[in-house]
Every structure is written in C-alpha cells, then in structure tokens.
Ligand binder design. Sequence first.
Ligand code: SPV
Ligand code: MG
Length: 431
Amino acid sequence: MKTVYTCFCTDVIHEGHLNIIREAGKYGEVILGVLSDEAMIRFNRFPTVCFEERMKMAQSLEGVKKVIVQKDIMYHQIIREWHPDYVIHGDNWSEGPMKAIRDNVAMLLSEYGGEIIDVPYTYTENVKRIDERVREKLAMPEYRRRRLRQLLQICPIVKTLEVHSGLTGLIAEKTIVENNGELDQFDAMWISSLCDSTIKGKPDIELVDMTSRFRTIDDVMEVTTKPVIFDGDTGGLVEHFVYTVRSLERMGVSAVIIEDKTGLKKNSLFGTEVEQKQDSIEHFCGKISAGKKIQLTDDFMIIARIESLILEQGMEDAMNRARAYVKAGADGIMIHSRKKNPAEIFEFCDKFREEFVNVPLVVVPTSFNQVTENELREHGVNIVIYANQLTRSAFPAMERTAKDILKFHRAKEVEERLMPISQILTLVDEL
Ligand code: SPV
Ligand code: MG
C-alpha cells in the first residue's frame, strides 16, 4: 500500500481540507501532519485553536490512517522519517513565499522517486468567509491582548516592528520573506513615541497627547491582527497612568512599556547630551504597582524600562532598579543603551538572567544594530523591537522624490523608483 502525506496548518476544517483528504485517499493510505504552533506562526497567522484541539480535529477525520506532528515548516524530518510515496497539497503553494516549501518537498521526494500532487485550491464563498472569521477573531481585543504572552511561550524571540499608521501596520502584518529556505515574519508591533510624534511633525517630548496616540493604535488595529506593544513614555502622572492602562487594555493592546524618567521627557538616544532626569525607584515602583492594581485582565503586561545605562548611572543602578521594578509587579524589563557596542546590554542581560530566569526581557537595538536576534536570544532576550526603521527608511525616500520633482519640474524622473499606480490602487483590499 502506498502512503500519501499531507500537512494541515488550520484552525477550521472546511471543504477544501476534506477535498484534499479525499484526493489523497485515491493514491494510498493517508498520513496527516498537524503543523506545530511554532512553525505555523512563522508563515501563517496565529492559531485561534490550541495545538491539542487541532490534533483532535485531525484525528476525527474520516479517511486518515495516522495523524502526526509536523514541527518545522520545511519537510526534512517528516519525509526522511516517513518516506511517503506522495505529498499532496493545495496548489496555492506554487507561488509566493510558500513556493519555498514546495521546492523543499520536491527536492526531498526526488531523492527516492516520491511525487507531489497539487490539488486546485478551494476558493469558495464559504472558505473565504471562514478565513475572514478567523482573522476577525484574531483582531478582537480579548484574543489580541493575550497574544503577546502566548508568543512569549512559543517564540524563541518575539520580533517586533515599529508601526504608526494603517499602512505601516499592513507592512508588519503581511510581510513574509523566504531566506535560505526559511520563511519568516514579524510577530508583534511597536507604537513608538518617537515615530508617532515624528510622523506628526512633533518632537518626542510627550507632546502628542494620549487621545492622539490612541487614534494611532486604532488605525493600526483596524487593519491588523498582530499584538501591539505601546510605548507609554514615562506613563505621566500616576493618577493619569491608571486611566491609560484601562484604555489600552480595553483596546486590546498587549503591553505598555514605561520608562523611569520624570519631568520633561527627551528621547533616550540623546543620552546625556540633553537634560533628562531619572525617576526615583520608590516613585516609579508606585507607578508600576498602581497600574498593575488597576488592570482587569491577567493578559495585559506592564513592562518597566530602565534608563540607567542611557543616563550613565552604571550597571549596579540598573540591576537595583530591575530588582525593585520586578518586585513592584512589572511583567517584564526593558533595558536600553545608546552605545554602538552591545557589551553593556549583554552584561545587563546576563546579570538579569542569573537572578530572574523567567521575567521577559526587552531590547531595542537601534544604536548597537549589529547584534543578531540569535545573539540577543543567547543573552536571554525575549522581545526585540525594531523601533524606528520604517519611519527612517520612508523619510529619505520621500525627501528625495520631493527634491527631484523640484529639480526637474516634472515627475517623470522619479517614476521608475515609485510603486506603479496599478499596485497602489490594489494595495489595500476592499471588504
Ligand atoms: C521609541 O521608539 O520612541 C523609543 C525607543 O522609546 S528610543 O527612541 O530608542 O528611545
Ligand atoms: Mg519612546
């Protein structure tokens, strides 16, 4: 008896999946793989049904001989272990980033004469509706809010991209790359105070008020499903911060990061070149615990950001603050540095991890941008935030276009580096 392998990466079994099982059954005994959560989130959306449930769903299907776990997006381990005669899949993997998966399977099967069967992908109204429902569910506050905690459980490092609008939100939501046979995408979004202010032509001094910052969150959330980490600056007055926490929580934001500065806040990357004052440990702890006390769900996280290295107060001060903030209830620590060399960040991370095995650690590698996600992971970092790169890449491109139009007194010369009109018209889907 020949064997046919297919892998499901789905929350809901619909007619398209049943069709694949039916087709597979014509060629031999069907082995069904269920993709692990870890693999699923690298190229698909976050699962709305837990892995155990997805296994049960697969096991209940008629026409399936055996259900196994597929741990990686690529099929090496599965094909080497099970040697299926056929691998069957919807033909939607013939193009786009998923083509890398098909190529991988073709290469593995060619080693022993196995074959791929491509089945026309089922695009019925019902399948589309199910897809939309799952996306809607992922975008709802109660599901989105808890997703950062879920990601911390399953991701080696949560990759977070700065967004400040619907459009940048869509970039964080939809960008998937294939690189060296691996697929990858961002896990979460950062609403930066620097970029949210800059995009409005305002300085990053807590001038853009919360109502406006919330408006940005709403713009992003309306068109995305990924979790949001909000840059809460200093958190403001304790009496105001508690309201901010409630609002963010209600909107479905997963975490707020507040920094231990007081008075007129300036961007940390100025360091000691401008006057900046660090808050007292006692006062900042009071702010953290007031926030923790007021929140309604267990999902929301308040992450305390330590500015001791930015303000050249030393490692010991940074560690003392970390101990105090965790004790006050902080759900995570962000350590920041403006040094080009990551040595002090690594030193802090190592020291912190010695004392706190499980408290999430956040790093923003803007100045020390040579560090890789793997290196950060090795030093115990759980969340990496690319805090301003989208904004910084957009500005020079726009400025160059403006200058060239002025120079040439027409737009022809800039056209070739622009997105075609046909593409911008269809970039954003209509409902
Ligand atoms: C931001 O993105 O606004 C931040 C990070 O707070 S930094 O600009 O490095 O201070
Ligand atoms: Mg900021």
